[in-house]
Design a binder for this molecule. Structure first.
Ligand code: NAD
Length: 244
């Protein structure tokens, strides 16, 4: 049991990568808080061993602080919430920019700021932030706001890692390639030709297939566990070869 004795909080655990990671962490012995803004999605965790659920909107700073106050010990924070805005700089509005930066970057700032005092008091913790290959790692077409906001995640990650490296706090980011999740289906179905859109998503993956959410969870488990105790301040690709 690689996470025995660890207490973990996951944002956006209702579906996709967050849900797969919650299940994988619980299987490895962690006590998991699976949180999401959509309480209905969390009902699917009913009966799962080691998983408690809480409705949490990470765009609400007061709600984050109230949640952390009652959550008890937190050893691991997986900041998974995020949103993909489609389009170039010409199509981007201020409102799109603000929404994406609030959800993809500011919410991580708020979550980390809320859990950090407890982690410091107990002498350590591991923070894992969801970035993407589409970030400072690679520019992808029609991902102007998304790429900019996920690049911010990598910078935020390195800054936190640098400030707390000698105080037991590790902070890393993960950069998945294209993952077959409900929001990807929404993005595909929003295109004029969904069949063609799916083919195009697959075409940008050198392995010729999309990732499944459970294939992203292991890197989060590794960064959450003490196996990665010498690893901090880095962005870990799990991208099926997109950055070869
Ligand atoms: P998803 O997009 O299908 O699900 C997102 C979840 O976030 C939903 O359960 C939703 O209810 C929740 N959510 C939305 N707003 C929220 C809020 N304000 N507070 C709390 N929860 C909220 O899941 P996914 O595709 O696995 O994406 C998860 C993360 O992984 C995102 O940050 C995304 O950018 C990143 N990512 C995804 C891919 C991909 O191809 N799917 C690739 C790289 C990175």
């Amino acid at each position: 049991m690689r996470l025995q004795g660890k207490h973990a909080v996951i944002t956006a655990a209702g579906q996709g990568i967050g849900r797969a990671t919650a299940l994988a962490m619980a299987k490895e012995g962690a006590q998991v808080w699976a949180t999401d803004v959509n309480a209905d999605l969390l009902k699917a965790f009913e009966g799962e061993k080691n998983i408690r659920t809480a409705k949490l909107d990470v765009l609400d700073k007061a709600a984050i602080q109230a949640f952390v106050k009652q959550a008890g010990r937190i050893d691991v924070l997986f900041n998974c919430a995020g949103f993909v805005h489609n389009g170039t700089i010409e199509q981007a509005t201020d409102a799109d920019w603000d929404f994406a930066f609030n959800l993809n970057a500011r919410a991580q700032f708020w979550m980390i700021q809320a859990v950090l005092p407890g982690m410091l008091a107990q002498g350590g913790g591991s923070i894992i932030n969801m970035a993407s290959v589409c970030s400072s790692v690679r520019g992808l077409p029609n991902r102007f706001i998304y790429g900019a906001s996920k690049a911010a995640v990598i910078g935020l990650t390195k800054s936190v890692a640098a400030d707390y490296v000698a105080r037991g706090i590790r902070c890393n980011a993960i950069c998945p390639g294209t993952v077959d999740t409900p929001s990807l289906h929404d993005r595909i179905n929003a295109q004029p030709d969904p069949v063609e859109a799916r083919k195009n998503f697959i075409a940008r993956q050198p392995m010729g297939r999309l990732a499944q959410a459970h294939e992203i969870a292991p890197i989060v488990l590794f960064l959450a566990s003490d196996e990665s105790q010498f690893a901090t301040g880095n962005a870990y690709m799990v991208d099926g070869g997109m950055t070869i």
